[in-house]
Design a protein around this ligand. Structure first.
Ligand SMILES: C[S@@+](CC[C@H](N)C(=O)[O-])C[C@H]1O[C@@H](n2cnc3c(N)ncnc32)[C@H](O)[C@@H]1O
Length: 245
C-alpha cells in the first residue's frame, strides 16, 4: 500500500475537519461568510470535503481544490461532485471569479505573499477570504522553527507550521499589503485538534474496511513524541478578510 501522510491516513478512515477547532471553528467562519450571502466559493485544500458539504448545504456553489489523490477521491465519492487536482498555485482562474475563497489549515504551507496576491486577483472586489492557520509566536526561534517544520514534514508527510517563523502580526501585515482588510479574527484555544467523539466512531467503523490506513495512523501517533514544540511557540487564528474595492 502507498505510504500515506498523516492527513491522508485519517482521510482514508473518513476523518475530516483536520484543523484546530474542528467543526465549531468552521461554522464560525461560515456564519461570518453567510452575512455577505456568497454564491460561488473556492475551497482550497478541501480534504475529504466536510466543509465542502456544509457549504453546499447552505446553497453555495463550491469549487473544491484537493491535490491529494486519496483525499480527492474520498471527497468525490462522498459528495458526488468533482474536485480539482493539483495545488492552488497552479489553479487556473479568471479574475474576480469568486465571492469567497476559503482555506482551512492550508495557506500556512504556501508562499503567503504570492498566495494572497492570487486570492486577491480571483476574488471579486469586496469578496471575502477565510483562513484558519497555526502560526508561530514571537517566542519561536527561527532556526528551530525551520527544523520543526522539516521534521514534521518528514515524519508526517505534512508540516505542522510554516518553515519561516511567521507570526500572526506577519500574516496581518502580508494580508494588508496584498489589499485585504480584516473583517473578524479569533484565536482558537490550544489543544483543540482532537477528533470529536463522533469522528472516533466513524474512524473505528472505517478502520474495519481500511486496516492499512489505520496501521499507518497508529504509526503516526506513535511518532508524535518525536516532535517537540516548546510551549507557547505556536497559536492558531481564524479570520475573515475583505478584498478592498
Ligand atoms: C491540514 S489539511 C486540511 C484539510 C481540510 N481543509 C480540513 O480542514 O479538514 C490540508 C489540506 O490542504 C491540501 N493542500 C496542501 N497543499 C495544498 C496546495 N498547495 N493547494 C491546495 N491544497 C493543498 C492537503 O492535501 C490537505 O488536504
Amino acid at each position: 500500500m502507498k505510504r500515506l501522510a498523516f492527513h491522508e491516513a485519517l482521510g482514508a478512515l473518513n476523518v475530516g475537519d483536520l484543523h484546530p477547532g474542528g467543526q465549531a471553528a468552521t461554522e464560525f467562519l461560515l456564519d461570518e461568510l453567510a452575512k455577505q450571502d456568497p454564491r460561488v466559493v473556492l475551497e482550497v485544500g478541501a480534504g475529504i470535503g466536510n466543509t465542502t458539504a456544509r457549504m453546499l448545504k447552505r446553497g453555495w456553489q463550491v469549487v473544491p481544490i484537493e491535490p491529494s489523490d486519496t483525499l480527492r477521491h474520498q471527497l468525490e465519492s462522498r459528495l458526488g461532485i468533482s474536485a480539482h487536482a493539483g495545488g492552488f498555485e497552479d489553479f487556473d482562474s479568471a479574475d474576480g471569479a469568486y465571492d469567497v475563497v476559503l482555506g482551512e489549515s492550508v495557506f500556512y504551507g504556501m508562499d503567503l505573499k504570492r498566495a494572497f496576491a492570487k486570492v486577491h486577483r480571483i476574488l471579486r472586489p469586496g469578496g471575502l477570504l477565510a483562513t484558519l492557520d497555526t502560526v508561530w509566536t514571537a517566542a519561536a526561534i527561527p532556526d528551530v522553527a525551520a527544523t520543526i517544520h522539516d521534521d514534521s514534514k518528514r515524519i508526517f508527510g505534512i508540516p505542522m507550521a510554516s518553515r519561516e517563523a511567521l507570526t500572526w502580526s506577519d500574516w496581518r501585515r502580508i494580508l494588508a499589503e496584498a489589499g485585504f482588510l480584516a473583517v473578524v479574527e479569533k484565536q482558537i484555544p490550544p489543544g483543540s485538534l482532537k477528533a470529536d467523539k463522533g469522528a472516533r466512531w466513524v474512524k473505528l467503523r472505517a478502520a474495519l474496511g481500511q486496516p492499512l490506513a489505520l496501521l499507518q495512523n497508529l504509526n503516526h501517533r506513535r511518532q508524535f513524541g518525536r516532535l517537540h514544540v516548546p510551549a507557547g511557540w505556536t497559536e492558531t487564528w481564524m479570520a475573515v478578510w475583505r478584498r478592498a474595492e
